[in-house]
Design a protein around this ligand. Structure first.
Ligand SMILES: [Zn+2]
Length: 341
C-alpha cells in the first residue's frame, strides 16, 4: 500500500503510522492489546469527569488509568490518547486529559502549550486518530471521490465514535464534502471545501444553507450517532475518446477558451493563471491519481472560484480540463510505477 503524504508529517503522525506498520494493524485496531505492550492498563470507577490519565511516563512501567464508562468507543479513543502520552517522549504528566474533541483540532482552536511549548493534548488526540483510523485504511476506503453513505458504512469498521471517525475521514477526503455530527458544535469539512453562502454562525442556518446549496445530501446513523452529509461536487468521468475526435492539443484548446472568455467578458485572464490554478489545486493532493477524481476536483475548485467559474460554461474548457486530468493521471501513475520498480 502506498503512503499518503497530505501534509508534512508530524512526529505523532509518524509514530502512529510506524506502529500501524510494525504491528500490521488494521481496523478495528485492538487498542487494549497495543497499549498493554507499553503500559499497565487499569479500568477504574472515579467520580471525576476525567476520562483517563497516564502516570509514570518516564518509568520502566508506565500506568494508564481509564475511567470505566458505558461508551466503549470513547474509552478506546481515550486509551489511544493516553498511549500517545506514554510513547511521545517529551510528554509530561497532566492531571486532566481532553479527548472531547476526538481528533485533530482545526487551527484557531488552539490549546495552551506546556512548559516546553508542546500542545500535548492535541498531539495525543492526533496520535489516537491516526492509530485507530490509520491513514492507509482511509486511502483504501476513499481513494478519491466516494459516495458518502458508502464510505461511512466502511468507516464503521474502525469502531471509533462518529465524531472521531468523521473528523479523520473529512481530513482525508478531497474538497467538496461537509458533515454534521449530532452533538458536535461545528461542521467538519474536507480541506479546500468552500461554503457557498453567507452564514450567520448558527447551526440551524448552516444546515439550511448546506442542504440548499449542495449537489447531494442526506442523513444516516453512524456508530449510533445521527450524521448529516453534504456533497458539493459532481462526479465526473474523463471521456478519452473525445480527445482524438477533437484533434487539438490541450494548450491550443485553452488558448481559444481564454481568448473568447476575455472577448465576451472584458476580462484579462491569462493561460498561465489557469495553469497555476490547476497546479495549486493538485499540489496538495499528490496522492490522487485517478483521472476522474482529478477532473472532479478541478471542476469543483474552478466552480467555487468566482474568477474562473464563468469558464465552466464553455464545453471547450471542460474538454481542456478533462485532457489535463488525463495527462496528469498518466504522469502520476508513471511516477508510481517507476518508484515501485
Ligand atoms: Zn491527554
Amino acid at each position: 500500500m502506498r503512503p499518503v503524504e497530505l501534509k508534512a508529517d508530524t512526529p505523532e503522525r509518524q509514530l502512529a503510522a510506524t506502529l500501524v506498520k510494525r504491528l500490521n494493524l488494521s481496523p478495528p485496531v485492538d487498542i487494549f492489546d497495543v497499549a498493554s505492550r507499553h503500559a499497565v492498563i487499569e479500568e477504574c470507577d472515579w467520580p471525576s469527569s476525567c476520562d483517563g490519565v497516564a502516570l509514570g511516563l518516564n518509568s520502566a512501567q508506565p500506568k494508564i488509568y481509564l475511567k470505566k464508562i458505558v461508551n466503549r468507543r470513547r474509552m478506546r479513543f481515550t486509551l489511544a490518547h493516553e498511549l500517545g502520552h506514554v510513547l511521545l517522549p517529551w510528554h509530561v504528566e497532566t492531571i486532566q486529559c481532553d479527548v472531547s474533541k476526538g481528533g485533530e483540532v482545526e487551527e484557531g482552536q488552539s490549546e495552551t502549550p506546556n512548559v516546553i511549548g508542546v500542545t500535548q493534548e492535541l498531539q495525543a488526540n492526533t496520535f489516537a486518530s491516526h492509530l485507530l483510523v490509520p491513514r492507509n485504511f482511509l486511502s483504501e476506503i476513499a481513494p478519491g471521490y466516494v459516495d458518502s453513505p458508502d464510505v461511512l458504512a466502511r468507516l464503521a469498521q474502525a469502531n471509533v465514535s462518529a465524531s472521531a471517525g468523521v473528523m479523520a475521514l473529512a481530513s482525508h477526503l478531497p474538497a467538496g464534502y461537509v458533515f454534521l455530527v449530532r452533538g458536535m458544535p461545528r461542521m467538519m469539512r474536507s480541506s479546500g471545501t468552500e461554503i457557498p453562502f453567507s452564514w450567520d454562525g448558527s447551526l440551524d442556518s448552516l444546515r439550511v444553507g448546506l442542504a440548499s446549496t449542495s449537489v447531494r445530501s442526506g442523513s444516516l446513523t453512524h456508530q449510533d450517532q445521527y450524521v448529516e452529509w453534504f456533497e458539493f461536487f459532481q462526479p465526473e468521468r474523463v471521456g478519452e475518446s473525445s480527445f482524438d475526435s477533437d484533434g487539438r492539443k490541450s494548450s491550443e484548446i485553452l488558448s481559444a477558451v481564454v481568448e473568447s472568455f476575455n472577448l465576451a467578458s472584458g476580462a484579462d485572464l491569462k493561460m498561465a493563471s489557469v495553469a497555476s490554478k490547476i497546479g495549486g489545486v493538485l499540489s496538495v493532493r499528490r496522492d490522487i491519481d485517478d483521472s476522474g477524481a482529478i477532473y472532479t476536483l478541478l471542476v469543483y475548485k474552478f466552480r467555487s472560484d468566482a474568477r474562473y467559474a464563468g469558464l465552466l460554461e464553455s464545453e471547450d474548457f471542460l474538454l481542456y480540463l478533462s485532457m489535463k486530468s488525463s495527462e496528469i493521471s498518466r504522469a502520476r501513475a508513471g511516477v508510481k510505477a517507476g518508484r515501485s520498480r
